[in-house]
Ligand binder design. Structure first.
Ligand SMILES: Nc1ncnc2c1ncn2[C@@H]1O[C@H](COP(=O)(O)OP(=O)(O)OP(=O)(O)O)[C@@H](O)[C@H]1O
Length: 589
Protein backbone atom coordinates (compact mmCIF):
# COMPACT_ATOMS: atom_id res chain seq x y z
CA UNK A 1 0.00 0.00 0.00
CA UNK A 2 1.33 3.46 -0.86
CA UNK A 3 2.33 6.05 1.73
CA UNK A 4 -0.53 8.33 0.71
CA UNK A 5 -3.13 5.59 1.21
CA UNK A 6 -1.61 4.70 4.60
CA UNK A 7 -1.67 8.37 5.60
CA UNK A 8 -5.35 8.65 4.64
CA UNK A 9 -6.24 5.52 6.61
CA UNK A 10 -4.11 6.62 9.58
CA UNK A 11 -5.72 10.08 9.72
CA UNK A 12 -9.15 8.49 9.32
CA UNK A 13 -8.42 6.11 12.22
CA UNK A 14 -7.37 8.97 14.50
CA UNK A 15 -10.40 11.10 13.62
CA UNK A 16 -12.65 8.11 14.27
CA UNK A 17 -11.60 8.25 17.96
CA UNK A 18 -13.12 11.72 18.47
CA UNK A 19 -16.61 10.54 19.61
CA UNK A 20 -15.01 8.70 22.55
CA UNK A 21 -12.85 11.64 23.68
CA UNK A 22 -15.71 13.59 25.26
CA UNK A 23 -15.48 16.42 22.69
CA UNK A 24 -18.72 18.52 22.65
CA UNK A 25 -21.05 17.30 19.89
CA UNK A 26 -21.00 20.79 18.43
CA UNK A 27 -17.47 20.09 17.14
CA UNK A 28 -18.68 16.85 15.62
CA UNK A 29 -21.23 18.87 13.64
CA UNK A 30 -18.52 21.17 12.31
CA UNK A 31 -16.36 18.21 11.38
CA UNK A 32 -19.40 16.61 9.79
CA UNK A 33 -19.72 19.60 7.47
CA UNK A 34 -16.00 19.55 6.62
CA UNK A 35 -16.14 15.88 5.62
CA UNK A 36 -19.47 16.25 3.86
CA UNK A 37 -18.07 18.99 1.61
CA UNK A 38 -14.85 17.05 1.24
CA UNK A 39 -16.73 14.08 -0.27
CA UNK A 40 -18.63 16.37 -2.63
CA UNK A 41 -15.60 18.39 -3.75
CA UNK A 42 -13.33 15.34 -4.15
CA UNK A 43 -15.97 13.44 -6.10
CA UNK A 44 -16.59 16.44 -8.39
CA UNK A 45 -12.86 16.70 -9.04
CA UNK A 46 -12.54 13.12 -10.30
CA UNK A 47 -14.32 14.03 -13.50
CA UNK A 48 -14.21 17.79 -13.65
CA UNK A 49 -10.81 18.60 -12.17
CA UNK A 50 -8.87 15.73 -13.71
CA UNK A 51 -10.43 15.74 -17.20
CA UNK A 52 -11.51 19.39 -17.40
CA UNK A 53 -15.20 18.56 -18.02
CA UNK A 54 -16.59 21.13 -15.60
CA UNK A 55 -19.92 19.88 -14.30
CA UNK A 56 -22.49 22.13 -12.68
CA UNK A 57 -24.76 19.15 -12.16
CA UNK A 58 -23.22 17.83 -8.98
CA UNK A 59 -26.28 19.05 -7.08
CA UNK A 60 -28.44 16.69 -9.17
CA UNK A 61 -26.37 13.62 -8.34
CA UNK A 62 -26.08 14.60 -4.70
CA UNK A 63 -29.84 15.28 -4.62
CA UNK A 64 -30.73 11.93 -6.19
CA UNK A 65 -28.68 10.23 -3.46
CA UNK A 66 -30.49 12.29 -0.84
CA UNK A 67 -33.91 11.41 -2.19
CA UNK A 68 -33.00 7.74 -2.69
CA UNK A 69 -32.27 7.47 1.04
CA UNK A 70 -35.16 9.76 2.02
CA UNK A 71 -37.72 7.71 0.11
CA UNK A 72 -36.34 4.26 0.91
CA UNK A 73 -35.69 4.92 4.61
CA UNK A 74 -38.19 7.74 5.33
CA UNK A 75 -41.17 6.48 3.33
CA UNK A 76 -40.54 2.76 2.90
CA UNK A 77 -38.86 2.14 6.25
CA UNK A 78 -35.74 0.46 4.88
CA UNK A 79 -32.78 0.30 7.28
CA UNK A 80 -30.59 3.33 6.57
CA UNK A 81 -27.46 1.40 5.59
CA UNK A 82 -29.43 -0.63 3.01
CA UNK A 83 -30.33 2.61 1.22
CA UNK A 84 -26.75 3.73 0.64
CA UNK A 85 -25.99 1.36 -2.29
CA UNK A 86 -29.04 2.80 -4.05
CA UNK A 87 -28.01 6.35 -3.16
CA UNK A 88 -24.76 5.59 -5.04
CA UNK A 89 -26.19 3.50 -7.86
CA UNK A 90 -29.03 5.77 -9.04
CA UNK A 91 -26.89 8.89 -9.65
CA UNK A 92 -24.17 6.71 -11.20
CA UNK A 93 -26.74 5.32 -13.66
CA UNK A 94 -27.96 8.81 -14.52
CA UNK A 95 -24.33 9.92 -15.00
CA UNK A 96 -23.68 6.93 -17.27
CA UNK A 97 -26.81 7.61 -19.30
CA UNK A 98 -26.00 11.28 -19.66
CA UNK A 99 -22.36 10.60 -20.44
CA UNK A 100 -23.26 7.94 -22.97
CA UNK A 101 -25.08 10.55 -25.03
CA UNK A 102 -23.09 13.69 -24.28
CA UNK A 103 -19.53 12.35 -24.36
CA UNK A 104 -20.01 11.21 -27.96
CA UNK A 105 -20.71 14.73 -29.17
CA UNK A 106 -17.56 16.77 -29.73
CA UNK A 107 -19.48 20.02 -29.62
CA UNK A 108 -20.55 19.44 -26.02
CA UNK A 109 -17.27 20.26 -24.33
CA UNK A 110 -16.35 23.18 -22.08
CA UNK A 111 -19.12 25.58 -21.17
CA UNK A 112 -21.81 23.62 -23.02
CA UNK A 113 -21.17 20.61 -20.82
CA UNK A 114 -21.37 22.83 -17.73
CA UNK A 115 -24.70 24.31 -18.86
CA UNK A 116 -26.11 20.94 -19.83
CA UNK A 117 -25.33 19.42 -16.44
CA UNK A 118 -26.85 22.47 -14.74
CA UNK A 119 -30.01 21.98 -16.81
CA UNK A 120 -30.14 18.34 -15.71
CA UNK A 121 -30.31 19.55 -12.09
CA UNK A 122 -33.46 21.54 -12.80
CA UNK A 123 -35.03 18.68 -14.77
CA UNK A 124 -34.35 16.22 -11.92
CA UNK A 125 -35.71 18.70 -9.35
CA UNK A 126 -38.88 19.24 -11.38
CA UNK A 127 -39.50 15.51 -11.77
CA UNK A 128 -38.98 14.85 -8.06
CA UNK A 129 -41.14 17.78 -7.01
CA UNK A 130 -44.04 16.82 -9.26
CA UNK A 131 -44.16 13.09 -8.65
CA UNK A 132 -44.86 11.03 -5.52
CA UNK A 133 -41.09 10.89 -4.89
CA UNK A 134 -41.64 14.18 -3.07
CA UNK A 135 -44.86 15.68 -4.38
CA UNK A 136 -44.30 19.02 -2.67
CA UNK A 137 -44.21 18.69 1.12
CA UNK A 138 -40.72 17.19 1.38
CA UNK A 139 -39.72 13.92 3.04
CA UNK A 140 -39.12 13.45 6.78
CA UNK A 141 -36.50 11.08 8.13
CA UNK A 142 -36.98 11.73 11.86
CA UNK A 143 -38.34 8.22 12.37
CA UNK A 144 -35.34 6.61 10.67
CA UNK A 145 -33.10 4.72 13.04
CA UNK A 146 -29.47 5.90 12.96
CA UNK A 147 -27.08 2.90 12.82
CA UNK A 148 -25.29 2.58 16.16
CA UNK A 149 -21.67 3.21 15.26
CA UNK A 150 -20.76 5.68 18.02
CA UNK A 151 -21.91 6.62 21.50
CA UNK A 152 -24.70 8.91 20.20
CA UNK A 153 -26.76 9.31 16.98
CA UNK A 154 -24.84 12.51 16.15
CA UNK A 155 -21.49 10.78 16.56
CA UNK A 156 -22.72 7.84 14.46
CA UNK A 157 -23.58 10.22 11.61
CA UNK A 158 -20.15 11.84 12.04
CA UNK A 159 -18.51 8.41 11.75
CA UNK A 160 -20.55 7.65 8.64
CA UNK A 161 -19.43 10.81 6.85
CA UNK A 162 -15.85 10.28 8.03
CA UNK A 163 -15.89 6.79 6.48
CA UNK A 164 -17.28 8.28 3.26
CA UNK A 165 -14.55 10.95 3.23
CA UNK A 166 -11.80 8.36 3.77
CA UNK A 167 -13.24 6.17 1.00
CA UNK A 168 -13.52 9.15 -1.36
CA UNK A 169 -9.96 10.27 -0.64
CA UNK A 170 -8.73 6.73 -1.37
CA UNK A 171 -10.70 6.62 -4.63
CA UNK A 172 -9.48 10.10 -5.66
CA UNK A 173 -5.89 9.07 -4.94
CA UNK A 174 -6.20 5.71 -6.72
CA UNK A 175 -7.68 7.31 -9.82
CA UNK A 176 -5.01 10.04 -9.78
CA UNK A 177 -2.18 7.52 -9.58
CA UNK A 178 -3.62 5.08 -12.13
CA UNK A 179 -3.77 4.84 -15.93
CA UNK A 180 -7.27 6.26 -15.65
CA UNK A 181 -5.90 9.39 -13.96
CA UNK A 182 -3.12 9.85 -16.51
CA UNK A 183 -5.65 9.41 -19.32
CA UNK A 184 -8.02 11.95 -17.74
CA UNK A 185 -5.23 14.53 -17.40
CA UNK A 186 -4.38 13.98 -21.07
CA UNK A 187 -8.07 14.50 -21.95
CA UNK A 188 -7.93 17.72 -19.95
CA UNK A 189 -5.07 19.07 -22.08
CA UNK A 190 -6.10 17.85 -25.55
CA UNK A 191 -8.80 15.24 -25.87
CA UNK A 192 -8.37 14.58 -29.59
CA UNK A 193 -4.64 14.02 -29.24
CA UNK A 194 -5.19 11.85 -26.15
CA UNK A 195 -7.46 9.57 -28.20
CA UNK A 196 -4.93 9.39 -31.05
CA UNK A 197 -2.19 8.50 -28.54
CA UNK A 198 -4.26 5.52 -27.38
CA UNK A 199 -6.41 6.81 -24.50
CA UNK A 200 -9.92 5.29 -24.71
CA UNK A 201 -11.36 8.72 -23.97
CA UNK A 202 -15.06 7.83 -24.11
CA UNK A 203 -14.70 4.92 -21.68
CA UNK A 204 -12.48 6.90 -19.31
CA UNK A 205 -14.86 9.85 -19.16
CA UNK A 206 -17.80 7.54 -18.51
CA UNK A 207 -15.94 5.74 -15.74
CA UNK A 208 -14.88 8.98 -14.08
CA UNK A 209 -18.38 10.41 -14.36
CA UNK A 210 -19.99 7.30 -12.85
CA UNK A 211 -17.52 7.29 -9.95
CA UNK A 212 -18.01 10.99 -9.37
CA UNK A 213 -21.83 10.67 -9.35
CA UNK A 214 -21.84 7.58 -7.11
CA UNK A 215 -19.71 9.28 -4.45
CA UNK A 216 -21.86 12.43 -4.58
CA UNK A 217 -24.90 10.18 -4.12
CA UNK A 218 -23.41 8.60 -0.99
CA UNK A 219 -22.80 12.09 0.43
CA UNK A 220 -26.46 12.84 -0.34
CA UNK A 221 -27.68 9.67 1.39
CA UNK A 222 -25.79 10.49 4.57
CA UNK A 223 -26.83 14.12 4.42
CA UNK A 224 -30.51 13.12 4.29
CA UNK A 225 -30.03 11.39 7.64
CA UNK A 226 -28.17 14.42 8.99
CA UNK A 227 -30.80 17.02 8.04
CA UNK A 228 -33.78 14.72 8.78
CA UNK A 229 -36.03 16.65 6.40
CA UNK A 230 -35.44 16.79 2.65
CA UNK A 231 -36.99 19.30 0.25
CA UNK A 232 -36.30 19.97 -3.41
CA UNK A 233 -35.77 23.70 -2.78
CA UNK A 234 -32.99 23.07 -0.26
CA UNK A 235 -31.46 20.19 -2.20
CA UNK A 236 -31.39 21.23 -5.85
CA UNK A 237 -30.17 24.79 -5.64
CA UNK A 238 -27.04 26.26 -7.12
CA UNK A 239 -25.17 26.18 -3.78
CA UNK A 240 -23.83 22.65 -4.12
CA UNK A 241 -22.23 22.97 -7.58
CA UNK A 242 -20.88 26.46 -6.90
CA UNK A 243 -19.42 25.50 -3.56
CA UNK A 244 -17.72 22.34 -4.82
CA UNK A 245 -16.24 24.16 -7.80
CA UNK A 246 -14.93 26.88 -5.50
CA UNK A 247 -13.51 24.39 -3.01
CA UNK A 248 -11.77 22.35 -5.69
CA UNK A 249 -10.33 25.35 -7.51
CA UNK A 250 -9.17 26.86 -4.23
CA UNK A 251 -7.46 23.66 -3.10
CA UNK A 252 -6.10 22.78 -6.56
CA UNK A 253 -7.85 20.62 -9.17
CA UNK A 254 -4.69 18.97 -10.50
CA UNK A 255 -3.92 17.14 -7.28
CA UNK A 256 -6.02 14.43 -5.69
CA UNK A 257 -5.94 16.12 -2.26
CA UNK A 258 -6.59 19.68 -3.51
CA UNK A 259 -10.39 19.65 -3.09
CA UNK A 260 -10.03 18.23 0.45
CA UNK A 261 -7.88 21.21 1.37
CA UNK A 262 -10.31 23.61 -0.31
CA UNK A 263 -13.29 22.02 1.49
CA UNK A 264 -11.55 22.30 4.87
CA UNK A 265 -10.47 25.90 4.23
CA UNK A 266 -13.86 27.16 3.05
CA UNK A 267 -15.92 25.33 5.68
CA UNK A 268 -13.52 26.58 8.38
CA UNK A 269 -13.56 30.15 7.08
CA UNK A 270 -17.34 30.19 6.83
CA UNK A 271 -17.66 28.95 10.39
CA UNK A 272 -15.12 31.36 11.94
CA UNK A 273 -16.29 34.44 10.03
CA UNK A 274 -20.04 33.93 10.18
CA UNK A 275 -20.56 32.31 13.60
CA UNK A 276 -20.69 35.61 15.54
CA UNK A 277 -23.03 38.60 15.35
CA UNK A 278 -21.69 39.87 12.03
CA UNK A 279 -22.62 37.02 9.72
CA UNK A 280 -23.15 39.17 6.62
CA UNK A 281 -19.82 41.01 7.00
CA UNK A 282 -18.22 37.64 7.67
CA UNK A 283 -19.56 36.22 4.43
CA UNK A 284 -18.26 39.23 2.52
CA UNK A 285 -14.85 38.75 4.15
CA UNK A 286 -14.81 35.08 3.13
CA UNK A 287 -15.72 36.09 -0.42
CA UNK A 288 -12.90 38.66 -0.51
CA UNK A 289 -10.38 36.11 0.81
CA UNK A 290 -11.44 33.60 -1.84
CA UNK A 291 -11.14 36.16 -4.64
CA UNK A 292 -7.63 37.08 -3.49
CA UNK A 293 -6.49 33.48 -3.16
CA UNK A 294 -7.83 32.53 -6.57
CA UNK A 295 -6.28 35.63 -8.16
CA UNK A 296 -2.84 35.04 -6.67
CA UNK A 297 -2.91 31.25 -6.66
CA UNK A 298 -4.54 30.22 -9.94
CA UNK A 299 -3.29 26.65 -9.46
CA UNK A 300 -4.94 26.48 -6.05
CA UNK A 301 -3.32 26.24 -2.63
CA UNK A 302 -1.83 22.80 -3.15
CA UNK A 303 -0.77 23.45 -6.74
CA UNK A 304 1.08 26.60 -5.66
CA UNK A 305 2.74 24.94 -2.67
CA UNK A 306 3.91 21.98 -4.73
CA UNK A 307 5.29 24.23 -7.43
CA UNK A 308 7.33 26.17 -4.86
CA UNK A 309 8.72 22.98 -3.40
CA UNK A 310 11.94 22.03 -5.18
CA UNK A 311 12.15 18.60 -6.70
CA UNK A 312 9.72 16.20 -8.17
CA UNK A 313 6.45 17.68 -7.07
CA UNK A 314 7.51 21.11 -8.27
CA UNK A 315 7.75 19.73 -11.76
CA UNK A 316 4.28 18.30 -11.50
CA UNK A 317 5.84 14.86 -11.39
CA UNK A 318 3.12 13.60 -9.09
CA UNK A 319 1.09 12.81 -12.20
CA UNK A 320 3.39 9.96 -13.02
CA UNK A 321 4.79 9.09 -9.61
CA UNK A 322 7.45 6.61 -10.62
CA UNK A 323 9.12 9.07 -12.96
CA UNK A 324 11.85 10.31 -10.72
CA UNK A 325 13.02 6.87 -9.77
CA UNK A 326 14.15 6.16 -13.25
CA UNK A 327 16.82 8.45 -14.72
CA UNK A 328 19.70 6.45 -13.26
CA UNK A 329 18.24 3.20 -14.53
CA UNK A 330 17.59 4.74 -17.89
CA UNK A 331 21.10 6.06 -18.12
CA UNK A 332 22.35 2.55 -17.60
CA UNK A 333 20.23 1.28 -20.46
CA UNK A 334 21.76 1.25 -23.90
CA UNK A 335 20.41 3.96 -26.17
CA UNK A 336 18.50 2.74 -29.20
CA UNK A 337 20.73 1.16 -31.79
CA UNK A 338 23.24 3.46 -33.41
CA UNK A 339 22.87 4.04 -37.16
CA UNK A 340 23.42 0.77 -38.94
CA UNK A 341 24.17 0.48 -42.61
CA UNK A 342 20.48 -0.20 -43.40
CA UNK A 343 18.64 -2.29 -43.86
CA UNK A 344 15.72 -4.36 -42.99
CA UNK A 345 14.29 -5.79 -46.15
CA UNK A 346 11.09 -4.20 -47.36
CA UNK A 347 8.31 -6.67 -46.79
CA UNK A 348 4.63 -7.26 -47.38
CA UNK A 349 2.10 -4.40 -47.26
CA UNK A 350 1.56 -3.23 -43.68
CA UNK A 351 -0.97 -0.51 -44.41
CA UNK A 352 -3.39 -0.59 -47.26
CA UNK A 353 -5.98 2.10 -47.95
CA UNK A 354 -8.61 1.50 -50.59
CA UNK A 355 -10.86 4.14 -52.11
CA UNK A 356 -10.15 6.48 -49.17
CA UNK A 357 -12.22 9.66 -49.32
CA UNK A 358 -12.65 12.51 -46.89
CA UNK A 359 -14.76 15.59 -47.39
CA UNK A 360 -15.22 18.63 -45.18
CA UNK A 361 -18.50 20.35 -45.90
CA UNK A 362 -18.00 20.59 -49.66
CA UNK A 363 -14.18 20.38 -49.72
CA UNK A 364 -13.08 17.03 -51.11
CA UNK A 365 -9.80 16.70 -49.20
CA UNK A 366 -9.22 13.07 -50.25
CA UNK A 367 -10.74 11.50 -53.31
CA UNK A 368 -10.70 7.70 -53.62
CA UNK A 369 -7.04 7.25 -52.73
CA UNK A 370 -5.57 3.76 -53.06
CA UNK A 371 -2.23 3.26 -51.36
CA UNK A 372 0.00 0.59 -49.90
CA UNK A 373 2.79 1.05 -47.39
CA UNK A 374 5.15 -1.89 -47.14
CA UNK A 375 6.78 -3.18 -44.01
CA UNK A 376 10.14 -1.48 -43.41
CA UNK A 377 9.93 1.22 -46.09
CA UNK A 378 9.90 5.00 -45.91
CA UNK A 379 7.14 6.30 -48.11
CA UNK A 380 7.30 10.00 -48.96
CA UNK A 381 3.94 11.71 -49.25
CA UNK A 382 4.21 14.81 -51.43
CA UNK A 383 1.93 17.34 -53.01
CA UNK A 384 1.19 21.05 -53.14
CA UNK A 385 -0.38 22.87 -50.21
CA UNK A 386 -3.94 21.74 -49.61
CA UNK A 387 -3.53 18.53 -51.63
CA UNK A 388 -4.67 16.29 -48.74
CA UNK A 389 -1.43 14.99 -47.20
CA UNK A 390 -2.23 15.93 -43.61
CA UNK A 391 -5.80 14.78 -44.08
CA UNK A 392 -4.52 11.36 -45.14
CA UNK A 393 -2.47 11.16 -41.94
CA UNK A 394 -5.40 12.42 -39.90
CA UNK A 395 -7.71 9.78 -41.34
CA UNK A 396 -5.25 6.89 -41.08
CA UNK A 397 -4.46 7.76 -37.47
CA UNK A 398 -8.17 8.04 -36.66
CA UNK A 399 -7.97 11.76 -35.86
CA UNK A 400 -10.74 12.34 -38.43
CA UNK A 401 -13.36 9.77 -39.39
CA UNK A 402 -13.23 8.79 -43.08
CA UNK A 403 -16.08 9.57 -45.46
CA UNK A 404 -15.63 6.44 -47.59
CA UNK A 405 -13.14 3.68 -48.26
CA UNK A 406 -11.28 1.05 -46.27
CA UNK A 407 -8.21 1.00 -44.03
CA UNK A 408 -6.45 -2.34 -43.59
CA UNK A 409 -3.53 -2.60 -41.22
CA UNK A 410 -1.50 -5.78 -41.09
CA UNK A 411 -4.46 -7.62 -42.54
CA UNK A 412 -6.90 -6.23 -39.94
CA UNK A 413 -9.79 -4.07 -41.03
CA UNK A 414 -9.56 -0.79 -39.09
CA UNK A 415 -12.13 1.08 -41.16
CA UNK A 416 -14.08 3.36 -38.86
CA UNK A 417 -12.21 2.20 -35.74
CA UNK A 418 -11.78 4.80 -32.99
CA UNK A 419 -8.38 6.45 -32.92
CA UNK A 420 -7.24 4.69 -29.74
CA UNK A 421 -7.70 1.35 -31.48
CA UNK A 422 -5.52 2.53 -34.37
CA UNK A 423 -2.88 3.43 -31.79
CA UNK A 424 -3.15 0.05 -30.06
CA UNK A 425 -2.85 -1.67 -33.43
CA UNK A 426 0.53 0.04 -33.91
CA UNK A 427 -0.02 3.33 -35.74
CA UNK A 428 1.66 6.41 -34.24
CA UNK A 429 1.94 9.91 -35.60
CA UNK A 430 3.39 13.36 -35.15
CA UNK A 431 1.50 16.62 -35.68
CA UNK A 432 2.61 19.21 -38.20
CA UNK A 433 2.02 21.87 -35.55
CA UNK A 434 3.20 20.16 -32.34
CA UNK A 435 0.37 19.35 -29.95
CA UNK A 436 1.99 18.30 -26.66
CA UNK A 437 -0.06 17.98 -23.47
CA UNK A 438 0.52 21.46 -22.10
CA UNK A 439 0.39 20.71 -18.36
CA UNK A 440 2.57 17.60 -18.55
CA UNK A 441 6.34 17.72 -18.52
CA UNK A 442 8.30 16.51 -21.53
CA UNK A 443 8.94 13.22 -19.72
CA UNK A 444 5.27 12.78 -18.85
CA UNK A 445 4.26 13.56 -22.43
CA UNK A 446 6.46 10.76 -23.72
CA UNK A 447 5.82 8.20 -20.98
CA UNK A 448 2.05 8.54 -21.22
CA UNK A 449 2.28 7.50 -24.87
CA UNK A 450 4.39 4.49 -23.89
CA UNK A 451 1.58 3.57 -21.46
CA UNK A 452 -1.30 4.03 -23.86
CA UNK A 453 0.19 3.37 -27.30
CA UNK A 454 0.95 0.08 -28.98
CA UNK A 455 3.55 -0.79 -26.33
CA UNK A 456 0.95 -0.53 -23.55
CA UNK A 457 3.65 -0.54 -20.88
CA UNK A 458 3.18 -0.38 -17.13
CA UNK A 459 3.94 2.93 -15.43
CA UNK A 460 7.55 2.27 -14.43
CA UNK A 461 8.47 0.62 -17.70
CA UNK A 462 6.82 3.48 -19.60
CA UNK A 463 9.00 6.03 -17.81
CA UNK A 464 12.10 3.98 -18.63
CA UNK A 465 11.01 3.81 -22.25
CA UNK A 466 10.44 7.57 -22.27
CA UNK A 467 13.96 8.27 -21.00
CA UNK A 468 15.30 6.09 -23.79
CA UNK A 469 13.57 8.12 -26.50
CA UNK A 470 14.38 11.43 -24.86
CA UNK A 471 18.01 10.40 -25.00
CA UNK A 472 17.59 9.33 -28.62
CA UNK A 473 16.12 12.70 -29.59
CA UNK A 474 18.54 14.66 -27.41
CA UNK A 475 15.81 15.97 -25.13
CA UNK A 476 16.87 14.36 -21.87
CA UNK A 477 18.11 17.66 -20.43
CA UNK A 478 14.61 19.09 -20.96
CA UNK A 479 12.80 16.11 -19.45
CA UNK A 480 11.26 18.07 -16.60
CA UNK A 481 10.44 21.19 -18.61
CA UNK A 482 6.93 22.01 -19.69
CA UNK A 483 6.31 22.06 -23.47
CA UNK A 484 5.85 25.85 -23.43
CA UNK A 485 9.51 26.16 -22.42
CA UNK A 486 10.75 24.33 -25.54
CA UNK A 487 11.74 25.93 -28.83
CA UNK A 488 10.19 24.74 -32.11
CA UNK A 489 13.01 22.33 -32.86
CA UNK A 490 12.63 20.71 -29.43
CA UNK A 491 8.85 20.58 -29.73
CA UNK A 492 9.16 18.81 -33.08
CA UNK A 493 11.57 16.31 -31.54
CA UNK A 494 9.18 15.84 -28.64
CA UNK A 495 6.55 14.87 -31.20
CA UNK A 496 9.01 12.33 -32.59
CA UNK A 497 9.94 10.96 -29.16
CA UNK A 498 6.26 10.59 -28.33
CA UNK A 499 5.50 8.70 -31.50
CA UNK A 500 8.48 6.38 -31.03
CA UNK A 501 7.73 5.68 -27.37
CA UNK A 502 4.52 3.97 -28.46
CA UNK A 503 6.75 1.29 -30.09
CA UNK A 504 4.65 1.64 -33.23
CA UNK A 505 4.71 -0.55 -36.29
CA UNK A 506 3.95 2.40 -38.54
CA UNK A 507 5.01 6.01 -37.89
CA UNK A 508 3.27 8.84 -39.69
CA UNK A 509 5.49 11.93 -39.74
CA UNK A 510 3.71 15.13 -40.71
CA UNK A 511 6.23 17.77 -41.80
CA UNK A 512 8.63 17.24 -38.93
CA UNK A 513 11.21 19.39 -40.70
CA UNK A 514 9.10 22.46 -41.44
CA UNK A 515 10.32 25.58 -39.68
CA UNK A 516 13.71 24.08 -38.77
CA UNK A 517 17.07 25.66 -39.64
CA UNK A 518 19.34 23.84 -42.16
CA UNK A 519 21.46 22.49 -39.29
CA UNK A 520 18.39 21.24 -37.44
CA UNK A 521 17.12 19.64 -40.65
CA UNK A 522 20.41 17.71 -41.00
CA UNK A 523 20.03 16.54 -37.41
CA UNK A 524 16.43 15.46 -38.05
CA UNK A 525 17.35 13.62 -41.26
CA UNK A 526 19.97 11.70 -39.31
CA UNK A 527 17.42 10.90 -36.63
CA UNK A 528 14.85 9.62 -39.11
CA UNK A 529 17.52 7.51 -40.79
CA UNK A 530 18.30 5.97 -37.41
CA UNK A 531 14.61 5.25 -36.86
CA UNK A 532 14.44 3.62 -40.28
CA UNK A 533 17.53 1.57 -39.55
CA UNK A 534 15.75 0.00 -36.64
CA UNK A 535 13.22 -1.42 -39.07
CA UNK A 536 10.41 1.10 -38.60
CA UNK A 537 7.89 1.66 -41.36
CA UNK A 538 7.44 5.37 -42.00
CA UNK A 539 5.10 7.59 -43.97
CA UNK A 540 6.80 10.90 -44.34
CA UNK A 541 5.01 14.10 -45.39
CA UNK A 542 7.60 16.67 -46.38
CA UNK A 543 8.28 19.64 -48.62
CA UNK A 544 12.06 19.67 -47.98
CA UNK A 545 13.27 17.95 -51.17
CA UNK A 546 16.75 17.05 -50.03
CA UNK A 547 15.22 15.20 -47.09
CA UNK A 548 12.76 13.45 -49.38
CA UNK A 549 15.56 12.37 -51.71
CA UNK A 550 17.81 11.30 -48.83
CA UNK A 551 15.26 9.28 -46.94
CA UNK A 552 12.46 7.85 -49.02
CA UNK A 553 12.26 4.48 -50.71
CA UNK A 554 9.20 5.43 -52.72
CA UNK A 555 7.08 8.52 -53.05
CA UNK A 556 3.42 9.17 -53.62
CA UNK A 557 2.12 12.49 -54.91
CA UNK A 558 -1.32 13.90 -54.16
CA UNK A 559 -3.05 16.75 -55.92
CA UNK A 560 -6.53 18.02 -55.06
CA UNK A 561 -7.01 14.93 -52.89
CA UNK A 562 -6.22 12.52 -55.73
CA UNK A 563 -3.17 10.28 -56.00
CA UNK A 564 -1.48 11.36 -59.24
CA UNK A 565 1.81 9.43 -59.17
CA UNK A 566 3.79 6.90 -57.18
CA UNK A 567 7.09 5.10 -57.51
CA UNK A 568 10.79 5.72 -56.94
CA UNK A 569 11.55 9.37 -56.22
CA UNK A 570 13.81 9.95 -59.21
CA UNK A 571 11.17 8.62 -61.63
CA UNK A 572 8.20 10.38 -60.06
CA UNK A 573 9.99 13.72 -60.05
CA UNK A 574 10.16 13.52 -63.84
CA UNK A 575 6.44 12.74 -64.23
CA UNK A 576 4.81 15.49 -66.30
CA UNK A 577 1.71 15.74 -64.07
CA UNK A 578 3.86 15.98 -60.93
CA UNK A 579 6.04 18.64 -62.50
CA UNK A 580 2.99 20.57 -63.53
CA UNK A 581 1.06 20.27 -60.26
CA UNK A 582 3.81 20.39 -57.68
CA UNK A 583 7.36 21.06 -58.76
CA UNK A 584 6.83 23.72 -61.40
CA UNK A 585 10.04 22.51 -63.11
CA UNK A 586 11.67 19.08 -63.35
CA UNK A 587 13.62 18.27 -60.24
CA UNK A 588 16.48 15.88 -59.67
CA UNK A 589 16.32 14.83 -63.32
N1 LIG B 1 -10.64 20.37 -40.43
C1 LIG B 1 -10.86 20.82 -41.67
N2 LIG B 1 -11.99 21.47 -41.97
C2 LIG B 1 -12.24 21.91 -43.21
N3 LIG B 1 -11.40 21.76 -44.25
C3 LIG B 1 -10.24 21.12 -44.00
C4 LIG B 1 -9.91 20.62 -42.71
N4 LIG B 1 -8.68 20.02 -42.78
C5 LIG B 1 -8.28 20.15 -44.06
N5 LIG B 1 -9.20 20.80 -44.78
C6 LIG B 1 -9.14 21.13 -46.22
O1 LIG B 1 -8.78 19.94 -46.89
C7 LIG B 1 -7.85 20.21 -47.93
C8 LIG B 1 -6.59 19.40 -47.71
O2 LIG B 1 -5.93 19.92 -46.57
P1 LIG B 1 -4.62 19.25 -45.97
O3 LIG B 1 -4.28 19.98 -44.74
O4 LIG B 1 -4.80 17.79 -45.89
O5 LIG B 1 -3.56 19.59 -47.10
P2 LIG B 1 -1.99 19.37 -47.06
O6 LIG B 1 -1.63 18.69 -48.34
O7 LIG B 1 -1.57 18.70 -45.83
O8 LIG B 1 -1.50 20.87 -47.10
P3 LIG B 1 -0.15 21.51 -46.44
O9 LIG B 1 1.01 21.04 -47.27
O10 LIG B 1 -0.37 22.98 -46.59
O11 LIG B 1 -0.09 21.07 -45.04
C9 LIG B 1 -7.62 21.71 -47.89
O12 LIG B 1 -8.47 22.31 -48.84
C10 LIG B 1 -8.01 22.12 -46.51
O13 LIG B 1 -8.49 23.44 -46.47
Amino acid sequence: MSRSALAILGAGGLLACIPWLGVPSFYESILYLVFHWMVLALSWNILSGYSGYFSFGHGAFFGIGMYATAVLAGKWNWPFLATLPFAALLPALLGLLLGFVVFRVKAVRGELFALLTLAVTFVVATIILNTPIDGGPGVYLNAVEVPKLGPSPASSIYLLVLAAAVATLLVAYRVFASRLGTGLFAIHDDEDVAEVMGVPTFRYKLLAFALSCALAGVAGGIHALFVQYVTTGETFNITVPLTVVLMSVLGGTRHWAGPAIGATAITGLLYFFTAGDHAVAGRAAVGAILVLVILFMPEGILGTLLRRKPGRAARGEALIPAANAVPAAAAAEPAPAAPAPRRHPIGAPLLEVRGLSKSFKGVQALDRVNLQVRQGEILGLLGPNGSGKSTLINVVSGHYPLSAGEILFDGRDLTGAPAHRMAHAGIARTYQIPRPFAHMTVLQNVSMVAMFGCASLGRREAVREAWKWLEFTGLQARAHALPEDLNLHQRKFLELARALAARPRLVLLDEVLSGLTPGEIDEAIDLIRRIRDQGATIVFVEHVMRAVMALTDRIVVLNHGKLIAQGEAADVMKDAEVVNAYLGKPAYA
